[in-house]
Design a protein. Sequence first.
Length: 322
Amino acid sequence: MLPPILSNLRVPVVAAPMFIVSGPDLVIAQCKAGIVGSFPALNARERDGEPPLLDAWLTRIQEELDRHNQANPDNPAAPFAVNQIVHRSNARLERDIEICHRHRVPIWITSLGARPEVNAAAHDCGGIALHDVINATFARKALEKGADGLIAVAAGAGGHAGPQSPFALVQEIRGFFDGPLLLSGAIATGRAVLAAQAMGADLAYVGSPFIATEEANAVTDYKRMIVESGAEDIVYTPVFTGIAGNYLKPSIRSAGMDPDALDASHGEGMDFGKSAGKAKAWSQIWGSGQGIGAVREVVPAAALVERLAREYAQARQALLER
Ligand SMILES: Cc1cc2nc3c(=O)[nH]c(=O)nc-3n(C[C@H](O)[C@H](O)[C@H](O)COP(=O)(O)O)c2cc1C
């Protein structure tokens, strides 16, 4: 059974948080279109001495969604989620948890580390905590530490993807967990959303297709590269951050490297304390999952959600008629 907060979406999709790319404009558009919108807390970076930008972003998101709900009582916005990177280099974690708790953030997504106190903070303000995992061992650990649901990050996902087949991952996790399960990795059509459910997931977790939307915080060349590229243009490598992830080969070439001959000397290691501008991976080397062959144009986020919903309904009907 899905908790009420994850039920009643326009299509069973949670938009995945993306470093640099996801900000308030994208989140508000995703939620208004009827799917869970999300962003990493670390994307809200104020200059030294300025008040926390995360506070301002959360106020804006909540006010705009409240206004939408008052004007559209029959078509309310979906809830939003904030992603916390639970990594030792994230020096802001405690502060960001306090801000999210104060704003009563409804859905907390944790990655790169499971900590009971983050889950406790989510629960204390009435929220739920979803933790992303790349294998069954991490899945069990996350549940022991109090996560309410899991995000299975399979091979082909954008960002720090796992190495496992989505079938293997979902099958194994479903062997010991019957709670909320999201599947992440290369899901870019409504048909694939339905396939994720057929495999045993409750919801699809969709990232890279939202890079090619008008509201995404990405330069035009990045959006165009998503539209023009396919799975063969993606390379899976640990060299840029120390953790294996998927990147667009043409962006690596533009940065003067050969994506087919990368070695450790090209990397910088992972440090979430750095400003986004300095972090070479993500700002110059662009991340993407393998599913982008299905992305044909840059559109408003609402149009992408509509496409997913239409394709999902058609795929369901076609299967029923078979
Ligand atoms: C450019 C980019 C940045 C990402 N940044 C984050 C992040 O900051 N935190 C996180 O939990 N996941 C991050 N991810 C992973 C996504 O949340 C999600 O797992 C993934 O995008 C899903 O696969 P897909 O891109 O094939 O749809 C990122 C993915 C991309 C493409």
